[in-house]
Design a protein around this ligand. Structure first.
Ligand code: GLN
Length: 484
C-alpha cells in the first residue's frame, strides 16, 4: 500500500481492496519505524488518525464519500489544526495546542483526507536545509548524512520515504520546490492568493503560500483542488474560479512555448544537473514544445531583495510572540522587560533571531529608504521581467537548485552561502507566480529537480507539463533503497 499514489489509493479504497483503517495502520507503522532515522515528524497522531479512518470507512461503505476519503496525508507543522499541537518547528510554540483549524486543514478534512501527523520543518519556515528546527534536523531518505532541503523538509522526506503519499507544505522563498528537488518528489507552490493563508503561521505575509508535496503531478492536482479557492478570512486570497486540475493533465504539449532562463543556466549550476535538464527539455520538445532562450536581467538580484523583504515582514509578524499574548514564557521574570527579553531569547533559535534583527534594522528610521524601500522597488522590476517574459513564452523552465543535497552541517556556519541555495526559487515568490519542481534525474544517486514557472493562476498548465513529462519518464517513481 505504501508504494501507491493518491490516485491509486482512491481507487483501492473505493474498490475495498483495503480499508482506510488498514491503510492508516500500515502507514503509521512505517512512520514509527522511520522516525528515529529521518525525524520527519514533530507529532504522530495515531489515535486521531485511526478514528478518522474509521469514519472514512463508514462513509465509503455508505457511498457518501468525498474525493479524498480515507487518503492518508500529513500537514507541515505550520498549519493550525484544532486540538492538535502546532509548533512551527519552534520552542516558542512547543506546547501550543491550536483551538481552530487553518483553512487548508479544514478543507482537506472536508475532502475526506486522514491526517497522520504534523511534519518537521525549519523554525518558523526559515531555512533551506531543515536544520533550524527546535526538534532537530530532518534527514534525507536518499542518504541520512544529507539535508532534505527546507523548510518543508519533513513533508518532503515523508513523501520520498513513502510514509505518506502526499503532504502539505509552504513556500516563502522556495520551501516546497527546493525540498521536492532534494528528495526526488513533486512539489507545487501555487500563485500567491490561490490558497488561503488563514491559520498558516505567518513568516513573510506577502510571500507565503501553501501548496503540496506528492510523488506525481496528478496527486498534486488531486490535493490542490480542494485546497484552492477564495476564503473570506484571508484578505489576500483571490476570488477566481478553481479549474479542474485533473482534467487538464493530459492536454497535449504541441505548441507549448518554453522559455529557458538564461540567468538560471549560469556558472553556479552543477553541470551534471544542467545535462539532466537538457535531456528533459528534449523530451518536452519531442512532445511538440518549442524552446527559446529568455533573459530576466533583474533576476540575479532576487536573493538580496528577498533577504531584505522577508526578514522585514518576519520581524513584524513574530513580534506577537512575546510570552504575554503568545508563545513561551520564561520562569520567574523580574519585571516586564525581563519577561519580554528572556521569553523571546529562550523561545527563538539563532536563525530566527538573525532574521528578526536584520528585519528590524532594515525597517528602522534612516535605513528604511536605503534598504526596505529599495528592495520593494527591485521586487517590482523582477515582477516586470517575468511579465515581459510571459508575453513571448507560456512557461519558464530551469533548475530548482544549483546542487543536489549537501551534508548536514556543511553550510550552517555561513548564512550567506545557505541563502544562495534559494537563487532559483525566490524569483517566483517575489513576483507571486506559481512554480512546480519535478524529479528529472539522479546525480551520484541523488535526485535533481526541474522547475517550471508560469504566469499567475497557470497551475493547471504547470501540472499538465509536469504530468506529460512524468508519462514519458520514471524519475518520479525512483524510491530511496531503504524505503521501497
Ligand atoms: N530558504 C528561504 C528562507 O530561508 C525560504 C524559506 C521558505 O520558503 N519558507 O527564507
Amino acid at each position: 500500500m505504501h508504494s501507491e499514489t493518491v490516485a491509486q489509493l482512491q481507487q483501492g479504497l473505493r474498490a475495498r481492496k483495503y480499508s482506510a483503517v488498514e491503510l492508516t495502520r500500515a502507514l503509521l507503522a512505517r512512520i514509527e519505524s522511520a522516525q528515529p532515522a529521518l525525524n520527519a515528524f514533530i507529532s504522530i497522531e495515531s489515535e486521531a488518525a485511526l478514528a478518522a479512518a474509521a469514519v472514512a470507512d463508514q462513509r465509503l461503505a455508505a457511498g457518501d464519500a468525498p474525493a479524498l476519503t480515507g487518503v492518508p496525508i500529513a500537514h507541515k507543522d505550520i498549519f493550525c489544526a484544532a486540538g492538535s499541537r502546532t509548533t512551527c518547528g519552534s520552542k516558542m510554540l512547543s506546547n501550543f495546542i491550536s483551538p481552530y483549524d487553518s483553512t487548508v486543514v479544514a478543507r482537506l478534512r472536508a475532502a475526506g483526507a486522514v491526517v497522520l501527523g504534523k511534519t518537521n520543518m525549519d523554525e518558523f519556515a526559515m531555512g533551506s536545509s531543515n536544520e533550524t528546527s527546535h526538534f532537530g534536523p530532518v534527514r534525507n531518505p536518499w542518504n541520512l548524512k544529507l539535508v532534505p532541503g527546507g523548510s518543508s523538509g519533513g513533508s518532503a522526506a515523508a513523501v520520498a520515504a513513502r510514509l505518506v503519499p502526499a503532504a502539505t507544505a509552504t513556500d516563502t522563498g522556495g520551501s516546497i520546490r527546493q525540498p521536492a528537488a532534494l528528495c526526488g518528489v513533486t512539489g507545487l507552490k501555487p500563485t500567491y492568493g490561490r490558497v488561503s493563508r488563514y491559520g498558516m503561521i505567518a513568516f513573510a505575509s506577502s510571500l507565503d503560500q501553501a501548496g503540496v508535496l506528492a510523488r506525481t503531478a496528478e496527486d498534486v492536482a488531486l490535493l490542490l483542488k480542494p485546497m484552492a479557492g477564495f476564503d473570506p478570512r484571508d484578505s489576500t486570497s483571490v476570488e477566481c474560479e478553481v479549474p479542474d486540475y485533473q482534467a487538464a493533465l493530459n492536454q497535449p504539449l504541441k505548441g507549448l512555448r518554453i522559455g529557458l532562463l538564461k540567468e538560471f543556466f549560469d556558472q553556479g549550476l552543477d553541470p551534471r544537473i544542467e545535462a539532466l535538464l537538457r535531456t528533459a527539455l528534449e523530451q518536452l520538445r519531442a512532445q511538440g514544445a518549442t524552446l527559446t532562450d529568455v533573459s530576466l536581467p533583474n533576476l540575479p538580484l532576487s536573493v538580496p531583495t528577498y533577504y531584505v523583504v522577508a526578514p522585514a515582514e518576519c520581524s513584524s509578524n513574530l513580534a506577537r510572540f512575546d510570552g504575554v499574548r503568545f508563545g513561551h514564557r520564561c520562569e520567574n521574570p523580574r519585571d516586564l522587560k525581563d519577561l519580554y527579553e528572556r521569553s523571546r531569547g529562550e523561545g527563538f533559535g539563532a536563525e530566527v533571531k538573525r532574521r528578526i534583527m536584520t528585519g528590524t534594522y532594515v525597517l528602522s528610521a534612516g535605513y528604511y529608504d536605503a534598504y526596505y524601500l529599495k528592495a520593494q522597488r527591485v521586487r517590482a522590476l523582477i515582477a516586470a521581467d517575468f511579465e515581459r517574459a510571459f508575453s513571448t513564452v507560456d512557461v519558464l523552465i530551469g533548475p530548482t537548485t544549483p546542487t543536489v543535497a549537501f551534508e548536514i552541517g556543511a553550510k550552517t556556519n555561513d548564512p550567506v552561502t545557505m541563502y544562495l541555495n534559494d537563487i532559483y526559487t525566490i524569483g517566483a515568490n517575489l513576483a507571486g507566480l506559481p512554480g512546480v519542481s519535478i524529479p528529472c534525474g539522479l546525480v551520484d544517486g541523488l535526485p535533481a529537480g526541474l522547475q517550471i514557472v508560469g504566469p499567475h493562476f497557470s497551475e493547471a498548465r504547470l501540472l499538465n507539463v509536469a504530468h506529460r513529462y512524468q508519462q514519458e519518464s520514471d524519475w518520479h517513481q525512483r524510491t530511496p533503497e531503504a524505503y521501497r
